[in-house]
Design a protein around this ligand. Structure first.
Ligand code: GDP
Length: 366
């Protein structure tokens, strides 16, 4: 079949995968001017929609930024820091300064210590090899922290262009739409423009006469939990309002299952109250360690869900990591899901997550 390209941005048109680049419904292919869904939404609703690209396409595009001078605004989901962090960023964007933005701050329990979170983000970014100028916490959906971030962008960009980058699902479109909303002259605020050396348009929001803010496409990160789940599952694991901490008093040799996606074994140590921070609608089951395996085999996909019976087939097996925790107030972080706070050190635990979505530990944010 002859290749059809979008008249708006130049991407190849396809009509099978609605959430991927270049989608246009089959019915639209009859039309004289064919544009992809992303450009259609932009044109008619002045609304940005994220589409996903394969890592390679994305990386090629992003690497163009290396040859320009601008400010990088990198958005991550604070509930999925590792999963939403693009660690090859530094190599791809060269020496341009980076502002790191943690989105979805509205979901954190009130008791969260924001400056600890910022410190942790700085350190994690540095461990992943990305040097950041500063870290900001925002809620793109609720408009929290936007004044501060906009002021910082104005400051750091010093008259240059701004590139907004992030993996899928971090809230990049929500952020861009919020910026458009806040800017004056909304109707003509955005245009799609070709970026030198690429076929795809970056969305271009003029900032002043000489410079623009560009929305770049989202990348799918392999370490993202979202990658393995259905939309239905995602609704269950994604917090939609402020998280209510759930407390489990455990004796050693007890286990918690977080749906069927994560498992926490309290192997050894004094009885204590573990605090779980996960979406309120995600179920947590407690069992004896000796019964844990059997319970999973019998009930994963139904009582222990998500995954459901369908997504279970493609979900990598749970992989356990045994850890001796000496310090008090430590968080075991399950990327894309949430975390469990261990109040008192001197314990041995095993944390399980799907292979390829590794758990990490940090000093507690509370
Ligand atoms: P993109 O793929 O990065 O463009 O992400 P979207 O803007 O489509 O957002 C992904 C999901 O996160 C959607 O369900 C949004 O409603 C949600 N979301 C985005 N920003 C926020 C936020 O600040 N707070 C909360 N609670 N949810 C958000």
């Amino acid at each position: 079949m002859e290749e059809i390209v979008c008249q708006g941005c130049g991407v190849s048109i396809q009509s099978e995968r609605p959430n991927e680049a270049g989608f246009a419904p089959a019915s639209a292919l009859e039309k004289e001017t064919i544009i992809c869904k992303r450009c259609f939404r932009l044109k008619h609703y002045n609304e940005v929609q994220d589409v996903s690209y394969t890592d390679d396409d994305f990386l090629t595009m992003i690497s163009q930024i290396r040859n320009t001078k601008g400010l990088i605004v990198k958005i991550v989901d604070i509930f999925d820091f590792n999963g939403s962090f693009i660690s090859s960023l530094q190599r791809l964007t060269g020496n341009n300064p980076v502002l790191l933005v943690g989105n979805k701050v509205d979901l954190l329990p009130k008791s969260t210590n924001k400056s600890k979170l910022i410190q942790w983000m700085k350190k994690s970014a540095s461990d992943l090899g990305v040097k950041v100028q500063d870290v900001y916490l925002i809620s793109a959906a609720k408009g929290i922290g936007m004044d501060q971030l906009e002021a910082a962008i104005a400051d750091y960009r010093a008259g240059r262009d701004v590139y907004v980058v992030g993996s899928t699902n971090v809230g990049k479109s929500t952020f861009i739409n919020r910026l458009i909303d806040r800017s004056t002259g909304v109707n003509d605020a955005i245009t799609t423009s070709y970026f030198p050396g690429t076929t795809l348009g970056f969305i271009d929001i003029p900032l002043d006469e000489q410079s623009s803010l560009y929305d770049t496409p989202g990348v799918i990160n392999r370490g993202q939990m979202a990658h393995y789940l259905s939309d239905q599952d995602l609704k269950v694991i994604t917090p939609n309002k402020e998280i209510k901490p759930r407390v489990y008093q455990l004796n050693e040799k007890q286990t918690l299952y977080i749906g069927g996606l994560a498992r926490f074994d309290f192997e050894k140590g004094d009885k204590q109250s573990f605090v779980c921070y996960f979406a309120n609608q995600l179920s947590i089951h407690r069992t004896k360690l000796e019964n844990a395996e059997q319970l999973y085999e019998k009930h994963v996909g139904e009582m222990l869900s998500p995954p459901n019976e369908e997504t279970l087939k493609s979900l990598p097996a749970l992989n356990g990591k045994s850890m001796r925790i000496e310090d008090s107030k430590v968080d075991i972080v399950f990327p894309g899901l949430g975390w469990i706070t261990i109040p008192n050190g001197g314990v041995t635990i095993t944390a399980f997550s799907p292979k390829g979505v590794p758990v990490s530990i940090r000093t507690s944010l509370i």
